[in-house]
Design a protein around this ligand. Structure first.
Ligand code: ADP
Ligand code: MG
Length: 729
């Protein structure tokens, strides 16, 4: 591939800025009047930049156009046909149904739309349109159900772009295409932030050409080259943001050189802790502890992501980091996303650290037990006040908690290390709030704590680079020895379910424990809790009669939850019927069976996480996924779980199936400016290239002073507040 010809930005350094296009209302484009502008506003397009970055959702190849007469059953085809009749009615379930009779001169076809009442307005009798769909038949009639539709207008191109939502807004694809063409023509040469040298090296086309080609490609390879270029720009903006964020943190940082090797007279807490563990560290844990220790010893605060599969033993690694802080006379904080998890971490931490002591000159003997506290929203007011006091005075060494740690009242004497568990549930802002508590100590002489964030299940490398690009990464790529892999079975039939319940009984009889995760129901936590309660009653009265069954859901009081978990641990409860509150982190080694009802309602990561609640000892374990679902998507998910126990592998599958939302949820995805770039494996080289370019640009010019246009662009796309903070100083 040779670099394509285009107007070089070096000849015309004043190409038009994307930021300036954002200031031109769509009405300034010929043919877009107020009415059209209103329709566009309804799909969030108000300026020229919105217009040209509203990319086609797919493309139809008109050379592959077929005749109605020649179409074959079950095959996807594209036909150009005229609407002869339109009927609108409702199905028995009350869904809108629009039925068209269309004809292309070779034959007739029925076209049926469900829940798309607007199609009747879009496709009145006499309209000529392209229909792309899979031929099926209904009551002996050949038909398309919910096909892709495009009004051709007078477009002649071989490749027809199909725009998302343009039909719904009453705007035809050809119209939209014309506006974009007009807008791009008037805009002329666009400013290209990428130098000719980088473009040549990375084989990326020019920006102007890419915008033209993405909307009106001459060929599919050209379309892909355009996508690559514009996707690169999206990734570059994000990488500039994360690399700058990293630089700002480092530049302004006031770190702590932690006493990784305890100074004379100080307690060797990490050694004592590791020494008293009932197991040796895995090699991976040892490597992780070493990497983290090296960070902690440095003056720059650590920003590290600890990735590891379910059960790889992240907690021990995190604790040893926290203990480094304590052995140097600082405090540690561990934040978890849910109360159940925080409570469990607290219990676990207290147990693991039970025999450790720290110096205390005010006490007889000069020492006291290491103090661990739990802070959640359910901590009673009186206790909370005492706890706040203890954190301020330094009499509490480690605090485990939820979001409650983020409130203003929480101030530390000297916060040395922060660990955030299940980072994907927290935003960057929350991460920063907790970090800031290191600086803002009770005596005003604070520093920036070292930060370790952990993920519950692995995140694919590409995605980690994009969304956690400001963090260094440590991977725990090894499970503790002696774990037998969980046998996973997708129970599709009643027979299979029966077999699962007998396994449950057999395991209980053998003294082991069982989880049953209830179907996910829509609605509030309250509704979910009610449904779990009913499920428990049902199981007790049927397949699980005679067993000691407990119930755990989010609506229980903290003390009750703790009580239930305690009984389950002891074995007073044999089967725990639960909602997904047990999803993350819950650790009862005697549990050997996990039953997930309506498993198709859960995502891959969630199922893997649930499955991770068993197989936590050397006893054989089972995971049964109940589901009669037959959608291809559900099948792929459940089969993936059956096939693989490897969280890194499953994360990739999840990403392939669901895209970036799989990792971050929609909120963060929304502001991430990824319209064309994908975090799927295919774009990994592009992500790496963007990282390289960002680092190189910022190495020469840390706040993009010499590239104000690019800085403006990052600010525009990446989120005003965030980028303003990064670029201001
Ligand atoms: P996760 O990485 O999923 O958070 P945990 O930290 O909860 O995993 O550890 C899972 C279980 O494995 C815990 O019961 C923990 O005590 C145990 N564990 C951790 N490290 C080891 C090890 N090196 N050898 C044996 N068991 C370990
Ligand atoms: Mg964990």
């Amino acid at each position: 591939m040779s670099p394509p010809q285009d107007a070089s930005p070096e000849d015309q350094p004043d190409g038009r800025m994307l930021t300036s296009l954002a200031e031109i209302p769509v009405q300034r484009v010929n043919k877009i009047g107020d009415k059209r502008a209103e329709a566009l506003a309804a799909v969030d397009i108000s300026n020229v930049l919105d217009l040209i970055t509203h990319y086609p959702r797919r493309y139809i190849d008109r050379t592959r156009q077929a005749d109605v007469a020649g179409m074959r059953m079950g095959e996807e085809s594209l036909v150009l046909a005229r609407v002869d009749a339109v009927r609108t009615r409702r199905t028995r379930q009350g869904r809108a149904l629009v039925e068209l009779d269309v004809d292309d001169g070779t034959g007739a076809l029925r076209v049926t739309f469900f829940n798309q009442a607007w199609r009747a307005r879009q496709l009145p009798v006499g309209t000529e349109a392209l229909f792309f769909g899979k031929l099926d038949s209904y009551r002996g009639k050949r038909q398309f159900t919910n096909p892709v539709v495009d009004l051709v207008g007078n477009r002649t191109g071989r490749i027809v772009p199909i725009y998302p939502t343009s039909e719904k807004s009453g705007i035809a694809g050809w119209e939209f295409g014309e506006w974009v063409e007009e807008a791009l023509r008037r805009a002329g040469t666009l400013f290209d932030p990428l130098s000719a040298r980088w473009r040549a090296e990375l084989e990326l086309m020019g920006r102007t050409e890419a915008f033209v080609a993405i909307h009106a490609p001459q060929s599919f390879p050209e379309q892909e080259r355009a996508r690559r270029r514009l996707a690169f720009d999206e990734l570059l903006r994000l990488q500039l943001e994360v690399v700058m964020r990293r630089h700002v943190l480092e530049r302004d940082s006031l770190g702590i050189r932690h006493a990784v090797v305890p100074s004379a007279g100080a307690p060797a807490l990490v050694d004592a802790f590791v020494g008293q563990l009932p197991f040796p560290l895995t090699d991976a844990q040892r490597r992780a502890v070493d990497e983290i220790s090296a960070d902690l010893a440095k003056a720059l605060p650590m920003h590290r992501l600890l990735q590891g599969d379910v059960g790889s033993g992240k907690t021990v690694v995190a604790l040893s980091a926290l203990l480094v802080a304590v052995q140097g006379g600082h405090q540690g904080a561990l934040m978890a996303p849910t109360e159940v998890l925080a409570e469990q971490h607290y219990l676990g931490v207290r147990e693991l650290l039970a025999n450790l002591v720290v110096p205390d000159p005010e006490r007889l003997g000069g020492s006291r037990p290491l103090a661990v506290a739990l802070l959640t929203n359910r901590t009673p007011a009186g206790e909370r006040a005492k706890l706040h006091q203890g954190l301020r005075s330094g009499s509490i060494d480690l605090v485990v908690g939820t979001h409650a740690l983020l409130t203003d009242e929480v101030r530390f004497s000297s916060l040395g290390v922060v660990v955030i568990d299940e980072q994907h549930r927290f935003g960057v802002e929350q991460r920063n709030t907790l970090r800031a508590k290191g600086r803002d100590t009770s005596d005003g002489g604070g520093a920036d704590p070292d930060l370790l964030v952990m993920t519950a299940t692995p995140i694919p490398r590409t995605a980690a680079m994009v969304f956690f690009g400001d963090l260094d990464v440590t991977e725990l790529d090894e499970l503790p020895a002696g774990r037998s892999p969980v046998r996973t079975e997708w129970a599709r039939t009643e027979e299979a379910e029966k077999a699962a319940w007998s396994r449950v009984r057999a395991e209980v009889a053998a003294g082991h424990r069982v989880y049953v995760v209830c179907p996910l129901v829509d609605g509030s936590e309250r509704i979910q809790a009610k449904s779990a309660t009913e499920e428990r009653t049902r199981l007790e009265a049927s397949v699980l009669s005679g067993l000691r069954i407990g119930l755990l859901h989010g609506q229980l009081k903290a003390a009750d939850k703790e009580g239930v978990m305690e009984s389950f641990r002891r074995g007073d409860i044999e089967v725990l019927v639960a909602t997904t509150v047990i999803e993350v982190g819950v650790d009862v080694p005697e549990a050997t069976v996990m039953v997930v009802e309506d498993a198709d309602r859960f995502g891959i990561a969630q199922l893997h996480q649930l499955r991770g609640r068993v197989g936590r000892s050397d006893r054989p374990s089972w995971c049964y996924l109940f589901s009669a679902a037959s959608t291809p998507d559900a099948q792929m998910r459940l089969e993936a779980l059956e096939r693989s126990n490897d969280g890194f592998e499953l994360a990739e599958v999840d990403l392939e199936l669901r895209g970036e939302g799989a990792i971050l949820g929609t909120r963060q995805k929304g502001r991430s400016d990824l319209k064309l770039a994908s975090l799927r494996r295919g774009d990994r080289p592009l992500v790496e290239a963007a990282r390289r370019v960002a680092e190189s640009l910022l190495a020469e010019d840390p706040s993009l002073e010499a590239a104000p246009h690019l800085a403006d662009e990052v600010r525009l796309f990446v989120g005003e507040a965030e980028a303003a903070f990064l670029l201001k100083s």
